[in-house]
Design a protein around this ligand. Structure first.
Ligand code: NAD
Length: 448
């Protein structure tokens, strides 16, 4: 691994990655490769997570292709040095901000969107002129192996490579002097990554998780809210960092929301979601057992059945839940949705702000004042009003957490900025040398 990093650093110092044309060619190579491998990528995602081709395309392949095309189109503009103003005291000089690549970046990937969460940061790293090492998750082995093959075919390892392995591999990589670390995963491992990075003062982006709330106010369009919450919760069987973790619904809409959600689940996945081709599996036995234990002994409004062999759990709604219930202790990261009623929106604000800042927040209401209230009073990474998940699918919004849900952001131009250091440069004139700053300035004043 040390040799690998050295070879990347040597490659970086040749200056090839900085060349804009080279960046464009690399992005085009990546796009062409993804197109060529599309079926194999979808197949690997199906084998790891039981994703349908449609879901694989919508949530992984299509998203990265869009990101890559966007970067390809704009990288020339993004990479340009920007001239900025200078104050009167600097008369005669010119100020510039020059985006420069960090060098070799390490991209650590989780298993839930194992392709998208590796390739999307890679696009930013390449566009910004870096070399990259991708460390996929060992829990999505088919996608991990496929990415190794894909990247090997597209790029020399001194430019981009994949290092497969588990925790020990990651620990070994974290000992190396990378120039930037981009980590997506749990808050607990995020802490480990940041500690390792702190030893060498390596800058980091941490894309973490947490419990993302969803609020349904009394004036919400309940049909639409149910459809969009169901989409956000049961895409990838709830194994989405920004899935609504729990719902606070105004008491007057509690029963209506549950019955609409039930109808929508039927519409999406049929009467038997456990056998639906559109419904993914849980990643492994450990997570399956963890998730089914949340349901034990709780009041189930609907769902709750599971299939151990296929590792599938029905879309499940729990009611009569309190913050003491086991399902409320950690991020659920699965298809179980607790629904809690509220009377006064202030209660909800208090509960959320008493806890770590969430990665996402969703609010369903038509009332502008309520939209303003929630946006002003609650800090969260990003979110939607009257929708779920969709904020992460636009390259024009930065995607990331705040506090325990993460540090930094990416997507679109924000990815380019994440992987670039903004070097500031003052180009001073030689024809003018104002004397005031020098010792003895008083004499200079006299001279004036
Ligand atoms: P994880 O933190 O367990 O693993 C992420 C990566 O870290 C993997 O590559 C893994 O090999 C490595 N790793 C695991 N334990 C380690 C250790 N002790 N030391 C060093 N490396 C270690 O996360 P996961 O289970 O793969 O993914 C689920 C989590 O990721 C959830 O919390 C979810 O919210 C979060 N997530 C966040 C985003 C986001 O964009 N913010 C996206 C997807 C997932």
């Amino acid at each position: 691994m040390e040799q690998l990093l050295q070879s990347q650093q040597q490659y970086f110092h040749t200056g090839r990655t900085r060349d804009i044309q080279q960046r464009r060619e690399a992005l085009q190579t990546l796009i062409d490769g993804i197109h060529r491998y599309e079926l194999e990528i979808a197949e690997a995602l199906h084998r790891d997570l039981g994703k349908s081709h449609t879901e694989a395309y919508a949530t992984e392949i299509g998203i990265v292709l869009h990101e890559a095309r966007q970067a390809l189109k704009h990288v020339g503009k993004w990479a340009k040095a920007r001239r900025v103003r200078t104050p009167l005291t600097h008369i005669g000089s010119k100020g510039y901000i020059i985006p420069e690549p960090y060098g070799s970046v390490l991209i650590i990937v989780p298993w839930n969107y194992p392709f998208q969460l590796a390739i999307s940061p890679l696009i930013g790293a390449i566009a910004a002129g870096n070399t990259a090492v991708i460390k996929p998750s060992e829990l999505a082995p088919h996608t991990s192996a496929l990415m190794t093959r894909l990247i090997e075919e597209l790029f020399p390892p001194s430019f981009v490579t994949v290092v497969e392995g588990g925790i020990e591999t990651n620990e070994a990589l974290l000992e190396l002097p990378f120039n930037y670390i981009f980590f997506t995963g749990s808050t607990a491992v995020g802490r480990i990554v940041m500690q390792a990075a702190a030893k060498r003062l390596i800058p980091v982006t941490l894309e973490l998780g947490g419990k993302s709330p969803c609020i349904v106010h009394h004036d919400a369009d309940i049909d639409l809210a149910a459809k969009r919450i169901a989409f956000g919760k049961w895409t990838n069987a709830g194994q989405t960092c920004v899935a609504p973790d729990y719902v606070y619904v105004h008491r007057s809409q509690h029963d209506a929301l549950i019955s609409r959600l039930q109808a929508v689940v039927k519409q999406f996945y049929g009467d038997e979601p456990l056998t639906s081709d559109n419904y993914p599996s849980i990643i492994n036995d450990r997570h399956f057992t963890r998730l089914t234990s949340y349901v034990d002994g709780e009041k189930i409004a609907f769902g709750g059945r599971h299939d151990q062999e296929k590792r599938r759990i029905e879309p499940t709604i729990l009611t009569d839940i309190t913050w003491e219930s086991s399902v409320m202790q950690d991020e659920i990261f699965g298809p179980i949705l607790p629904i809690l009623p509220y009377e006064d929106i202030e209660e909800v604000i208090k509960v959320i702000t008493d806890r770590p800042k969430p990665l996402a927040l969703y609010l369903f209401t038509r009332e502008h004042a309520v939209q303003q209230l929630i946006t002003d009073r609650i800090s969260f990474g990003g979110g939607c009003i009257n929708d779920t998940l969709m904020h992460l699918a636009t390259p024009y919004l930065p995607f990331g957490g705040v506090g325990e849900s993460g540090i930094g952001s990416y997507h679109g131009q924000f990815s380019f900025s994440t992987f670039s250091h903004e070097k500031s440069l003052l180009v001073q004139s030689t024809w003018l040398d104002i004397p005031f700053r020098y010792p003895g300035a008083r004499n200079a004043l006299k001279w004036l």
